[in-house]
Design a protein. Structure first.
Length: 497
């Protein structure tokens, strides 16, 4: 371990984004290689820089300290504050962590002269900052407040975040003791010599730069956290009983014992209960590398089925809350699939409504041709968004409600019927088991969102058109994959009879 640590106040982002993870803080501190930046990460970084420069342009006079070494910028920041510079851009604050030689460094976007002190302001792409929504922003601002107070002997006059919707939100400075306590959590993780244990989770880890690294190791170690229905709390409860792998779980517990095991659930404890049998079946499937039947598979018996898949912006990019592509395609048993029917949201102020209307018209045409045909989708996202859009824009002819009543969640059917030897029930994983192969080299939900946001931010119609072609191709392959998995699951069920 180094005799002196250089701890960034931005370490709170490593702790909380994209999900709470102590291991990520340790990995960053030890310069562990990260995976390549996704399209989504890249466009968010560009938008963040644009947002910051836009705000900078609102100040007629400012001191730009964005260039040079940290040590030089620390000195120039002190000089700028002492000389009464009205606005300091990208100044550097640095102070020793109490009782140590370790240095904490913070780089607030703006320090604005105010009543003998400074308002500290950071630019953020988030559009809200209610209590608990973005703890990393509040904690980083508190660290800046402590650094400022330690450096200049007076607390900042305000701590502020300039949000994506161009509003400024203030948070009170809670004092040095609280800031040091919070920074101590980051420092403790930096001081560790051995990597801390952290359960993996498909949703938890999906957008993390260390996802491939951590999942590869968890799979190789047969980590119990990769099991379906084993959440973070149950993982830790099992490890408290020296059960770190699914092999050990199979050796030491039967259904009755696991069902009685208590795990943390909010502020209380909860028994594993009815999930015990499914968890052990999943463990056997992985251990024995085979499919384990866990229930009857009930699939729609219709001659024709609609494959149904949406592309929408996730909560990570909060300014947009919309489905930008509604994809449909009719498949017949043994026949040629019908035309691919996408409905794309426009880029204008009414684009979201346009996408919804286009989808309803496509669905109407499907119903007119095939009657009340099942709409087969993967997971519950489609149902959630259908309900949301019916509330948002209405459903005058009842087509949305008709689709909603025709929805069939293929993931729920597969997961309720088979324990598969896979670490995730993501479509991208199951389709490979089913033998489906995509033609695109780059694809995925985050990729699609990143490409869509890039198209939305671009004023170049040719670039927009090219990007939309890529997204449409990806969505169409999602529909093909869903149909391939449907047929594969149907084959598994027939093989059991």
């Amino acid at each position: 371990m180094k005799d002196r640590l250089f701890i960034p106040a931005s370490g709170f982002y490593n702790l909380y984004r994209p999900s709470l993870c102590e291991r990520r803080v340790f990995l960053v501190a030890h310069d562990e290689p990260q995976g390549p930046a996704s399209e989504f990460d890249t466009i968010l970084k560009e938008l963040g820089e644009r947002h910051e420069k836009e705000h900078l342009a609102t100040f007629p006079v400012y001191k730009d300290l964005s260039e040079g070494s940290h040590a030089d910028r620390v000195r120039r920041t002190k000089d700028a504050v002492s000389s009464g510079a009205p606005v300091i851009y990208q100044g550097v604050l640095r102070a020793a962590f109490p009782g140590s030689r370790d240095l904490v460094t913070g780089i607030p976007d703006f320090m604005i002269l105010d009543k003998g002190s400074c308002r500290i302001r950071d630019c953020k792409l988030s559009r809200r900052m209610e209590a608990g929504t973005h703890p990393e922003i509040a904690l980083q601002l508190q660290a800046y407040g402590w650094l400022f107070e330690t450096t200049f002997g007076t607390p900042p006059s305000a701590l502020e975040a300039y949000l994506r919707d161009r509003t400024i939100v203030s948070t009170p400075y809670l004092g040095a003791e609280r800031a040091v306590e919070d920074l101590g959590r980051i420092r403790d993780l930096w001081l560790l010599e051995a990597e801390p244990y952290e359960p993996v989770g498909w949703t938890k880890c999906n957008s993390c730069a260390f996802q491939v690294r951590c999942w590869t190791r968890a799979e190789a170690a047969h980590d119990v956290s990769i099991l379906y229905k084993v959440d973070q709390g149950l993982t830790r409860a099992l490890r408290d009983r020296s059960i770190a792998t699914y092999d050990k779980l199979l050796e030491t517990m039967d259904v009755r014992m696991l069902a009685q095991l208590k795990k943390p659930h909010g502020s209380r404890e909860q028994k594993v209960g009815v999930n015990a049998a499914r968890i052990l079946a999943q463990a056997r499937a992985l251990s024995e590398k085979r499919v384990i039947p866990v229930g009857d598979l009930r699939l729609p018996a219709h001659e024709h089925l609609v494959m149904f898949d949406l592309e929408g912006v996730t909560p990570l990019y909060e300014e947009l809350d919309e489905v930008y592509l509604w994809g449909l395609q009719v498949y017949g048993r043994g026949g040629v699939p019908g035309p691919y029917r996408p409905a794309v949201a426009g880029f204008g102020p009414d684009g979201d409504r346009e996408g919804w209307k286009g989808f309803l018209e496509n669905a109407r045409q499907v119903f007119e041709s095939h009657g009340d045909i099942p709409f087969v989708h993967w997971h519950g996202y489609e149902i959630t968004k259908l309900k949301s859009y019916i509330d948002r824009f209405g459903d005058r002819d009842g087509i949305g409600e008709r689709v909603l009543g025709s929805c069939f969640d293929l993931l729920a059917a597969v997961r309720g019927s088979f324990a598969l030897p896979v670490p995730s029930y993501s479509l991208k994983v199951i389709e490979q088991v089913a033998g489906f192969r995509r033609t695109m080299e780059e694809y995925g939900g985050s990729w699609s969102i990143g490409r869509y946001i890039r198209a939305r931010e671009s004023g170049d119609e040719a670039e927009r058109g090219k990007i939309l072609e890529e997204i449409l191709r990806y969505n169409e392959e999602d529909l093909q994959a869903t149909w391939a998995v449907f047929q594969w699951a149907e084959g598994l069920a027939k093989a059991r009879t």
